[in-house]
Design a protein around this ligand. Structure first.
Ligand code: 6PG
Length: 241
């Protein structure tokens, strides 16, 4: 699997690197295209980086009125639910930066999942055109090799046409809404951030092992006209015992 590997000594240093990358990508996109269209990752890994975006100097380094915030995936829960990626992003930084509320585009986890997926696809098309190309998509990776809400067993290759998909995640007994590879791989840039020794074996498998995106969906990430960067800490980059 391709992608430049950036190894940071600790989770704290990784968080600083990830927050700096957000600021850099925002500046480059706004300079080049007048706005920064970014999809946020959910989960726990990006939280420390998001918190740094809420503080000076990084907070002051972004033209927030030019930023459009999207989400890579969402749990099918209300926006105020503890599991909501939207709520996590609001609480870690969106509530603390001057991004216009109208520029924050959440996936409606409280709605019927297929309908919410269709509605989000329509939103992307309305805002970004028929082939939406985001400036940066931030992703994580689960220990099972999932990314966004593309989980093992649900063939991500069938998403060529769809932009957003509602998926049933058997092991979690829940629906999720997720961007599909059609959007992920159209991005100008994708950053996959992952940390911890618990991810080391999977990181090695997906980067160095055979290409098998049905088993390891993160392997489907390969932005055709963009850059794929891995941001990992030393523990995740370690050689698994
Ligand atoms: C989510 C994320 C998911 C996440 C991975 C890694 O909604 O949970 O989109 O894909 O990035 O599960 O999660 P952690 O960062 O918590 O390890």
């Amino acid at each position: 699997m391709s992608g430049n590997l950036h190894v940071f000594d600790t989770p704290e240093v990784l968080a600083r690197g990830l927050a700096d990358a957000f600021v850099e990508h925002a500046g480059r996109a706004i300079s080049a295209r007048g706005s920064f269209n970014v999809a946020l990752a959910g989960g726990t890994t990006p939280k420390a980086a998001y918190a740094l975006l809420a503080q000076s100097p990084r907070r002051d380094g972004v033209q927030w009125d030019r930023v459009q915030v999207f989400f890579g995936d969402e749990r099918c829960v209300p926006p105020d639910d503890a599991d909501s990626n939207y709520r996590m992003a609001c609480e870690t930084f969106l509530n603390a930066v001057p991004v216009p509320k109208a520029n924050i585009h959440r996936m409606r986890g409280e709605d019927d999942p297929p309908q919410a997926a269709d509605d989000y696809a329509s939103l992307l098309i309305a805002l970004l055109g028929e082939q939406p190309r985001l400036d940066l998509i931030m992703l994580g990776m689960g220990p099972d090799g999932h990314t966004a809400s593309l989980f093992p067993g649900t063939d991500p290759r069938t998403d060529e046409e769809r932009l957003v998909r509602a998926v049933w995640v058997e092991k979690m007994k829940t629906h999720r809404i997720t961007l599909t590879p059609a959007v992920i791989n159209a991005a100008y840039a994708v950053i996959i951030a992952t940390e911890g020794a618990g991810k080391a074996a999977m990181l090695r498998t997906v980067r160095d092992g055979a290409h098998n995106p049905v088993e390891y969906p993160v392997q489907i990430v390969d932005p055709a006209g963009g850059a794929l960067e891995w941001y990992v800490d030393r523990a995740a980059a370690s050689q698994p015992e």
